[in-house]
Design a protein around this ligand. Structure first.
Ligand SMILES: C[S@@+](CC[C@H](N)C(=O)[O-])C[C@H]1O[C@@H](n2cnc3c(N)ncnc32)[C@H](O)[C@@H]1O
Length: 299
């Protein structure tokens, strides 16, 4: 099943997670609300006056950012998301035509959109790179919308979080990343030991009757250091990590904790901004500055 059909299925309720009224009542933790607040702070700090977003969803983030005074535009691959996004833009006094229906992995579609939309002070992609097969091509696509000296904001699912989950994700990270290339006999000993120590039957796989649940479509984790290298290789500097979606206990323990106490502990940690986020957060954001060509022709 496709990424597009997954998001078609969630388009009508997507804005719920951004409703501050539901912060304490929403069953699902509203991590994306904190992501949006983080992005608003970073854009304000950089002084960006315009923003292009790849994968706008229903454009709740984009219209919120437009209300801060930025000129905004973007795209999405899901026809339903684009339908909601355009009507959302219209309701907020924005141009619905600023939202394009396209696949950001299609180079021809991206080039045409870059020619149409021009360049911006900032470019962002939130929740999109997990669904992309080629990170290098995706960062290049983002780069094409950004003016020299502009600000790139790239969200990712954090592979390092697996060091705090003590479950199947931990085993996969140890075996596939940490011990890649190690002697097969040693790997087998470690693998057997991890099967005994870790809850390898968790987390549950998120499925849908339609076969396009979040864990049934391509939804990758990224190693923050490797992704930062991809961004750096495109000529970016001032690379910074920001963390959100904090976990005050590893997720499988949450059912043992009073839900309101757990939610309060999560919210209390959001935006604390220290190294702990690399392990306590299931998601992160890379902020980076695009190089300005020097007048002599060298970067
Ligand atoms: C997790 S949602 C986030 C939406 C929005 N950025 C937000 O923060 O609310 C990811 C969005 O990216 C879109 N998307 C995924 N792959 C894409 C692609 N190749 N091209 C364009 N959009 C894509 C999906 O359709 C979906 O609307």
């Amino acid at each position: 099943m496709s990424v597009s059909s997954h998001y078609d299925g969630s388009a009508s309720s997507y804005s719920d997670q951004y409703d501050p009224e539901r912060l304490w009542t929403n069953e699902e933790y509203p991590a994306n609300l904190f992501r949006l607040q983080l992005v608003q702070r970073l854009l304000a700090a950089s002084g960006a006056r315009s923003l292009y977003e790849l994968g706008v969803g229903d454009a709740t983030p984009l219209v919120t950012i437009a209300a801060d005074g930025l000129r905004v535009a973007g795209n999405d691959v899901s026809p339903e998301m684009v339908r909601f996004a355009r009507s959302n833009m219209e309701r907020h006094g924005q141009d619905p035509a600023a939202i394009a229906l396209l696949d950001a992995q299609d180079p021809a579609a991206i080039s045409a959109e870059q020619a149409r939309a021009g360049t911006f002070d900032a470019v962002m992609a939130l929740g999109v790179i997990p669904h992309v097969t080629d990170d290098v091509a995706f960062v290049a696509s983002m780069d094409g919308f950004l003016r020299p000296g502009g600000q790139l904001l790239l969200q990712f699912r954090n592979a390092m979080f697996s060091m705090f989950t003590f479950n199947r994700l931990t085993k996969e990270f140890v075996m596939d990343a940490l011990l890649a290339g190690v002697d097969e006999g040693i790997r087998q000993v470690v693998s057997d030991d991890l099967d005994a120590r870790l809850a390898v039957d968790k987390p549950p796989v998120r499925t849908r009757p339609t076969g396009d649940g979040y864990d049934e479509i391509l939804s990758r984790f990224h190693n923050p250091f490797e992704l930062a290298d991809v961004v750096r290789a495109h000529g970016y500097s001032d690379i910074r990590f920001h963390w959100y979606n904090y976990h005050p206990a590893y997720p499988m323990l949450a059912p043992q904790i009073d839900p309101m106490a757990y939610r309060k502990a999560q919210v209390a940690l959001e935006h604390e901004g220290t190294w702990r986020g690399m392990f306590l957060c299931s998601a992160g954001l890379i902020e980076a500055t695009k190089a300005v060509p020097d007048p002599g022709g060298e970067l």
